[in-house]
Design a protein around this ligand. Structure first.
Ligand code: NAP
Length: 486
């Protein structure tokens, strides 16, 4: 089998700025590691502020022409990107697994999901509409004109190195905006490969710029402080989101903030337990639990607690752990040592407070950042893992006896991204839907992400939506002309 790195030639492991692939101004580079082995897999350019501003120069220069490019042409370029990603899915998936650690099957799923944003927004690009209406007093007309907001800065996380960028790039380009993406330092390769694919697809220079750096704070601050930047879209932790919102305030930037979550998954006694088990496995273990919408807390109604727990524990124990590129692996490496240590501490804290470990619970020796699938029961309400994002393959199970009780517990969080409920009672499901404080709810399903749905959170999980028709509105300013016509 060939080396997954072969797909990204050394000249493309550099900054993508305007029409060039170039070294950082200071010629610095940084190493990207395979989290399953700790081995360095590539060196990429390490940008500083000068490079960031050069990318903004390129995005600003390209803005007028891109905004004036016919929507059909922009749509066709997005379709070409979708096709290229689909044709090269295996290469992209292997690159994702190598730099991020998820099993190949998960990476393939991410490529299919990420590519769909380009198809969806290729379809939206030609459906941006204004309005023309008569003012209520009949004396004039109002012409509403949506316009691209302008050059956008994107900051993306490591957990979905392709899809989190695709969710921003596709609607931005569809709306006529130019972009600068700063991918996570741990997973820059997939975004560089996407930029290369988009270059080959014919996206004009300056529309997609990519700046890889270990100095996120300095580079992003400089971009947000420059008046040519008109929009920030960030996906990452609530903690960093708050910092960036403060910085964005100085230039009164449009912002889309996709932040952290703490999803509760609720299994009611009347649920179809086969469906609930499948849903819980997906909601917990998709992406190794390193997902903002991962089930962080599993609440099971007392009459089915024992049966659900036993069957769920059996399925978790059967998962195999290993290098994501190896056949038959269900659970790959976590992103880094800090992630493993954090999970280990959260498990120890829960056990100290009285939780019992049914499956897993001990980090293995040896290289790579692995943690086994773990199930905990009798987890008390004050356990830290019920408040913090676990972001790994650990499932705390808590029992409940009434809907009021479980809704109060589920809502007792600063986050409000996703939730899940399993019940065969439609009215009960609808009551949960109305009372749970989340931007998204899975009803009898654990997979809720879809490019045609408006992904996003409430409370401190964020501002704005990605995907669906709402996704393109994030990149449009609605302006109007009042036209005298007595
Ligand atoms: P993170 O630490 O907040 O980092 C996200 C991005 O922000 C990275 O590119 C990072 O760069 C950059 N960054 C960090 N500090 C910065 C600063 N001071 N100024 C500018 N940029 C800065 O989050 P993460 O650990 O990568 O990702 C996990 C988090 O993302 C979780 O909380 C998860 O819930 C959230 N997430 C949310 C969604 C959603 O749609 N709501 C989706 C996926 C993930 P470096 O890589 O250089 O640190």
């Amino acid at each position: 089998m060939s080396d997954p790195m072969d797909v990204l030639a050394p000249e493309h492991r550099r900054l993508r700025i305007g029409d060039a692939w170039r070294d950082a101004a200071g010629a610095a580079t940084f190493a990207v590691e395979d989290p399953a082995t700790g081995r360095t897999i590539a060196e990429v350019a390490d940008a500083d502020v000068v490079d960031g501003l050069a990318a903004l120069d390129a995005a600003s220069q390209a803005m007028a022409e891109w905004a004036a490019t016919p929507p059909r042409k922009r749509s066709e370029l997005l379709t070409a990107t979708y096709r290229a990603l689909t044709e090269r899915a295996e290469e992209v998936a292997r690159l994702i697994t190598l730099e991020m650690g998820k099993p190949l099957a998960e990476a393939r799923g991410e490529v299919a999901y990420g590519a769909e944003f380009f198809r969806w927004f290729a379809e939206e690009a030609v459906r941006v509409e204004g309005r023309y209406n008569t003012a209520p007093n009949g004396g004039y007309r109002i012409l509403t004109v949506p316009r691209p907001v302008g050059p956008c800065v994107f900051v993306t996380p490591w957990n979905f190195p392709l899809a989190m960028g695709a969710r921003k790039l596709a609607p931005a380009l569809a709306a006529g905006c130019t972009t600068i993406t700063k991918p996570a330092a741990q997973t820059p390769l997939t975004m560089l490969f996407l930029a290369r694919i988009m270059e080959e697809a014919g996206v004009p220079p300056g529309v997609v710029n990519v700046v890889t750096t270990t100095r996120a704070g300095e580079v992003v601050s400089a971009l947000l402080a420059d008046r040519r930047t008109r929009k920030l879209s960030f996906t990452g932790s609530t903690e960093v989101g708050r910092v960036l919102l403060r910085q964005a305030a100085d230039n009164v930037l449009r912002t889309s903030m996709e932040l952290g979550g703490n999803a509760a998954l609720i299994v009611c006694a009347d649920a179809d337990l086969d469906v609930a088990l499948d849903g819980a496995m997906v909601a917990k273990m998709r992406n190794l639990g390193e997902s903002c919408i991962a089930a962080n807390r599993i609440y099971v109604e007392e009459p089915v607690r024992e049966e659900f727990t036993a069957r769920f524990a059996k399925r978790m124990a059967a998962l195999s752990v290993g290098h994501g590129l190896d056949d038959g692996v269900d659970v790959g490496a976590l992103i880094d040592e800090a992630a493993v240590t954090k999970i280990d501490e959260l498990v120890a804290d829960a056990v100290d407070r009285g939780a019992r470990v049914l499956v897993g619970g001990e980090r293995p020796d040896g290289p790579g950042h692995f943690y086994p699938p773990t199930v905990l029961v009798d987890v008390p309400d004050d356990a830290r893992m019920l408040k913090a994002e676990i972001f790994g393959p650990v499932a705390p199970i808590i029992s409940f006896t009434s809907d009021d009780e479980v809704i109060a517990k589920a809502n007792d969080s600063e986050h409000g991204l996703a939730g899940y409920v399993f019940t065969r009672d439609l009215q009960r499901a609808l009551r949960f839907a109305e009372r749970l404080e989340t931007g998204m709810l899975g009803v009898n399903r654990g997979l809720i992400s879809d490019p045609s749905a408006p992904f996003g959170g409430v409370k401190q999980s964020g501002i704005g939506k990605e995907g669906s028709h709402e996704g393109i509105l994030e990149y449009l300013d609605v302006t109007y002309a009042a036209i005298d016509l007595p």
